[in-house]
Ligand binder design. Structure first.
Ligand SMILES: Nc1ncnc2c1ncn2[C@@H]1O[C@H](COP(=O)(O)OP(=O)(O)OP(=O)(O)O)[C@@H](O)[C@H]1O
Length: 710
């Protein structure tokens, strides 16, 4: 855009930004200001009736372009619109730059646009045309603008976007880059935005910040030194921070002090994040919530944000678009919505795609979803079955079964060696040949880890966990090519003791595969009947765990509960749970409630129960109770239903000691129906005013037999 064009219309554009009352004040102050400066005032009658465009012309004609502009800049702060002066000074930096600078900037923007459009289409099999596109929504746009609006004057900005794995962080950053490259975002804020992906950075043994920037610039007509001379106009985006395992605790002496200094990729990044190089630049980091640990304390006043990419409405929209047929889509959606586990899964786009793919195919084959897709294990099994069964066949070919076996072997090795990205050697060791990788990519089980190189990962960590669980049904760990792979008993202990943070669903999948209704599908998929042999062994391990002394120290109850929930065997659950005397578990997300409700039903000998509600999940206390109307209960949210089920289980059990450390008193009501409950601990519980009222009313209830309240 020509600079002269901008200056001709500049005053009018700025006056356009004023609200009606601000524009009136501007006119009043214009009169005073011209008098004070000894300038000849414009007749008030003309000023009074002038619209914004007219006033801009009157001022420019009477005083000349620059003096008219200076007058306006002096008036804006007086009407509390200093932001317009700030905007003007930012723009003047932009327009005063030499033509070479502007053309280099434009070339860079064009390069970014091309690069990110290419990246977008590379990994887009989950995308639904016309459903989610490359444009930022209005809300996304507003929050991104807000992130870099000064909160603390003169402090450089560091924003951290946290979100779970595969939730769509990179996708969001791609949209940001595209919006910036076409001039709709941060136009006045940043001349350059550099996107650094830790996945790629990890592969660089030696580099410098200069090197990282140069990799991205197609034209070097402007020396790099000129670009970094204005660091406040640069934004660095760092994606997948957790990949680099950058602890940000490296000794200061090892960090770079200059953007040209060479170090490992990790050290250069650490120097940038710890503000040793280009400290005035802005930073936007995307990372998983807890990785690296205590990130917040290691950065300079970071603005921590949670990225919510795929919400309930998106899940619904995704179902509608991917099914095509609205009736079927809505049937499948309401089926999923009533299943806490599947619905939670669907908030990760990739898993939502997987759920839709499985449900759609099961529905097309006329199968009952309640029988084929009711738990996470069954959905994964459906997906696998469909992926490996050729069109028109009823079961996988022998060759397919061989590949599946190799895939499961790879997954098991990955779990034990904490590997999520596999190179050619690991693939070959586990029996996956060069010709198999395109098949696995086609089946959407694998994805290429980075554009360059030949490393692969499962499409989602859950998929790796599922395949690892299947390995134990397929093969004997002693025969695995890697000695790291341990026997089943060790796996279960490791899982239930939560010794490995990255093992989230492994144990659940293992037990889920034992479910009666999976057996036949599993036999057909694997071409053998090992699951029946394994069942007693697995259940025996669970029994040992349930009977150990001091269980709280030894196992994570909730994981144990989840495993039982996946098996869904009443006989087994009651056998294991009926002797359980203590249970201690946190409730973090909505599915935890369903699982706890299922298991507590069988805990008839429970003596002590500790339930803590942690995390940001909002407890629906408001639905359950309103002061002055204790009898009315609304069951709006699905979670309310589970709370009521838990309450009703607690009503019947002989629990005497109930140690609650909830953030709210959602279970208080049980004290009004079960006199066996005699002890309540609420240390570190913070009750709202309403909840205190509720507790008082519970305590005065004749059925309440509380003897001890801590
Ligand atoms: N709105 C969406 N609609 C459809 N698919 C999506 C959407 N958002 C993300 N995806 C898909 O989900 C997958 C993961 O997305 P993305 O790589 O952006 O997530 P991430 O959080 O950056 O992952 P990671 O944790 O591996 O860094 C990709 O295959 C992407 O195409």
């Amino acid at each position: 855009m020509a600079a002269s064009f901008i200056s001709d219309f500049r005053l009018m554009w700025y006056l356009d930004e004023l609200k009606k009352n601000e524009f009136l004040q501007f006119k009043q102050l214009l009169k005073q200001e011209t008098v004070q400066r000894g300038l000849q005032p414009i007749p008030w009658a003309q000023v009074k009736k002038a619209k914004r465009q007219d006033l801009a012309s009157l001022m420019t004609q009477r005083y000349g372009e620059q003096p008219a502009w200076d007058l306006a800049l002096c008036i804006f702060p007086k009407i509390h619109r200093k932001d317009l002066c700030d905007k003007a000074s930012r723009e003047s930096v932009l327009t005063s730059r030499p033509a070479a600078f502007l053309s280099s900037e434009n070339a860079y923007r064009a390069h970014i646009q091309e690069k990110f459009i290419r990246m977008w289409s590379r990994d887009s099999f989950t995308e639904i045309p016309g459903c989610f596109d490359q444009t930022l929504t209005r809300e996304e746009h507003e929050s991104l603008e807000e992130y870099f609006t000064p909160r603390v004057p003169r402090r450089p900005h560091t924003v951290v976007l946290r979100a779970l794995q595969r939730v769509g962080k990179t996708r969001f950053l791609m949209k940001l880059m595209l919006a910036w490259s076409d001039g709709t975002l941060y136009r006045d804020k940043f001349s350059f935005i550099f996107y650094l992906c830790c996945r790629e950075l990890k592969q660089l043994r030696v580099t410098s910040l200069a090197g990282l920037i140069s990799r991205e610039r197609p034209d070097d007509s402007v020396p790099l030194a000129d670009i970094v001379a204005q660091p406040e106009r640069i934004l660095f985006i760092v994606d997948s921070l957790e990949e680099l395992e950058c602890t940000l605790t490296e000794p200061e002496s090892e960090l770079c002090r200059d953007w040209r200094e060479e170090r490992s990729g990790k050290m250069v990044l650490s120097s940038l994040l710890r503000r040793k190089i280009l400290p005035e630049s802005a930073l936007l980091l995307a990372a998983m919530p807890m990785r690296p640990e205590a990130l917040e304390s290691k950065l300079d006043h970071p603005n921590m944000q949670e990225l919510k990419c795929f919400q309930d409405s998106h899940v619904k929209q995704y179902f509608c678009c991917s099914f095509g047929d609205r009736g079927r889509a809505m049937a499948a959606f309401s089926w999923v919505q009533n299943n806490e586990h599947l619905f939670t899964m669907c908030h990760i786009p990739l898993l939502c795609w997987m759920v839709c793919t499985s449900l759609k195919q099961e529905m097309e084959r006329g199968r009952d979803l309640a029988a084929t897709c009711c738990r996470s294990t069954s959905v994964f099994l459906s997906f696998m079955f469909q992926a490996f069964t050729p069109k028109g066949a009823t079961r996988p070919s022998q060759q397919g079964q061989g590949l599946l076996k190799a895939l499961c072997s790879l997954a098991a090795e990955g779990m034990w060696t904490d590997t999520w990205v596999f190179g050619e050697e690991e693939l070959r060791r586990n029996g996956i040949g060069d010709t198999d990788t395109p098949t696995l990519l086609d089946l959407r089980l694998f994805r290429k880890y980075s554009e360059s190189g030949s490393s692969y990962s499962f499409i989602h960590a859950c998929m790796q966990e599922f395949c690892a669980a299947m390995f134990y049904l397929l093969d004997s760990p002693q025969d695995h090519p890697s000695r790291a792979v341990m026997p089943l008993e060790v796996l279960l202990l490791t899982y239930f003791r939560k010794e490995r943070a990255s093992w989230v669903f492994l144990g659940c999948f293992l037990f889920g595969l034992l479910h009666e209704s999976e057996q036949q599908r599993l036999d057909a998929l694997l071409g053998m009947q090992r699951s029946r042999e394994l069942a007693p062994q697995l259940l025996g391990c669970l029994r040992i765990l349930a009977e150990i002394e001091d269980p709280e120290e030894q196992v994570e109850f909730l994981l144990f509960f989840y495993a039982l929930f996946e098996v869904q065997s009443d006989a087994f659950a009651s056998h294991l749970m009926s002797s359980l005397r203590e249970a201690h578990f946190p409730l973090r997300e909505r599915p935890d409630l369903a699982v706890a409700a299922y298991c507590l039903k069988y805990c008839c000998s429970l003596r002590e129960l500790t339930v803590s509600a942690i995390g940001s999940w909002k407890w629906p206390m408001g639905h359950l109770w309103r002061r002055g109307d204790h009898s009315r209960h609304s069951r709006g949210a699905a979670g309310d239903g589970w709370i009521r089920i838990i309450q009703s289980h607690l009503c019947f059990c002989r629990t005497r000691k109930v140690s609650f450390s909830c953030e709210t008193g959602i279970f208080f009501e049980v004290f009004t129906s079960n006199p066996n409950l005699q002890h309540l601990s609420m240390t570190s519980t913070q009750l709202s005013h309403d909840e205190v009222w509720f507790l008082c009313s519970v305590l005065s209830n004749p059925v309440c037999n509380l003897q001890e309240l801590l």
